[in-house]
Design a protein around this ligand. Structure first.
Ligand SMILES: [Zn+2]
Length: 329
């Protein structure tokens, strides 16, 4: 079973202002380095190309393989993570949303977090999907709850409506995250940084669409263009084939058979989800599972999530999970 680790951004701050990074999407860089040292000692960090050569051509994998993947395309992948990856000679695949790299727009989840973190309003009345909602912003805890609730409502909406809702929220909150504002944590990589990382031989670039929509909520034409145009843009800017894809949000229900068919038609060789699990011989190449690494817990928690998962899967296989271990997981 091959575990694929999922990271997003990195930070050199141990504390953040407001509700910034409350969900732990940006990992403290010292924690990442500790994890990498542990992985180098106990696992063999392989590339996605090695995993696909195993699946497609039957090429053997080293013992205890593990993969590092990073979604979205934050600048901290270059400024903080890349030096660490190089130092420890660890390969990684970075999946970028091309509109973000092209600086057309910040990621919508970040725009919401920023608006709820910075607004001077103490409450907001919002019309979302034809329903009126009232959100409390009176305390940091209330702002976190509001951010979580609004994100989950928007994730269930058609992509065009969700995008319009984000504009409306920024307007009401009177706070809008902009590329020019220089909020480092939310900033994207540049194409130059991408090319430099790729040229090092340690980093592979994959597509994460153009505008990061939930593909199952998009009409067919939009699915087609998000998959084909992002691939074309990456290839045009890097001059290297772009064969790998990761689904925005990536849970069951965020993609469907129409999306998978389009991925194959667009020439992608595999696609990665955010569904938790490791990958075996029979895993669908267009539904590869990952383990999401958050900025919480110590190295012990990281080790447990890697090895604990193996135990969990073995326990399910031999049935003991249901007899004795249910409470643990
Ligand atoms: Zn993403």
């Amino acid at each position: 079973m091959v575990p694929i680790l999922l990271y997003h951004g990195f930070t050199d701050k141990s504390r953040h202002d407001g509700i910034e990074n409350y969900h732990g999407k940006h990992l403290y860089i010292k924690r990442f380095e500790e994890q990498l040292i542990y992985l180098k000692k106990n696992y063999n960090i392989i590339s996605l190309a090695q995993l696909m050569a195993f699946y497609v051509e039957g090429k053997p994998l080293p013992r205890h393989p593990v993969l590092i993947t990073i979604d979205d395309g934050y600048r901290s992948n270059y400024s903080l993570a890349f030096p660490v990856l190089k130092e420890h000679q660890a390969p990684a695949c970075i999946f970028v949303a091309t509109d973000f790299i092209d600086q057309k727009s910040c990621l919508w989840v970040d725009r919401l977090e920023y608006a709820f973190s910075k607004t001077e309003k103490t409450s907001l009345g919002l019309d979302l999907g034809g329903q009126k909602h009232h959100f409390d912003l009176n305390s940091m805890q209330a702002r976190k709850e509001t951010d979580k609730r609004v994100k989950s409502i928007l994730k269930a909406m058609p992509s065009v409506e969700a995008a319009r809702a984000v504009d409306g929220i920024e307007e009401q909150a009177q706070q809008a995250l902009s590329m020019a504002a220089g909020d480092e944590i939310y900033a994207p990589l540049s194409w130059e940084q991408i090319r430099e990382m790729q040229a090092s031989g340690f980093v592979t670039i994959g597509s994460h669409t153009c505008s990061h929509p939930i593909l199952a909520h998009c009409p067919e034409e939009k699915i087609k263009s998000e998959l084909a145009q992002s691939r074309r843009r990456i290839e045009e800017k890097t001059q290297v084939p772009c064969d790998y894809f990761s689904y925005p949000n990536g849970q069951k229900g965020d993609f469907n058979n129409a999306v998978k068919a389009q991925l194959i038609a667009s020439g992608y060789k595999c696609a990665l989800t955010t569904m938790i699990g490791t990958n075996g011989l029979k895993t669908d190449h267009y539904e590869l599972k990952r383990l999401n690494i958050h900025n919480s817990g110590d190295l012990g928690g990281f080790k447990r999530s890697l090895s604990g998962f193996g135990r969990f899967l073995r326990a399910i296989k031999n049935g003991s999970f249901f007899r004795a271990q249910l409470a643990q997981y």
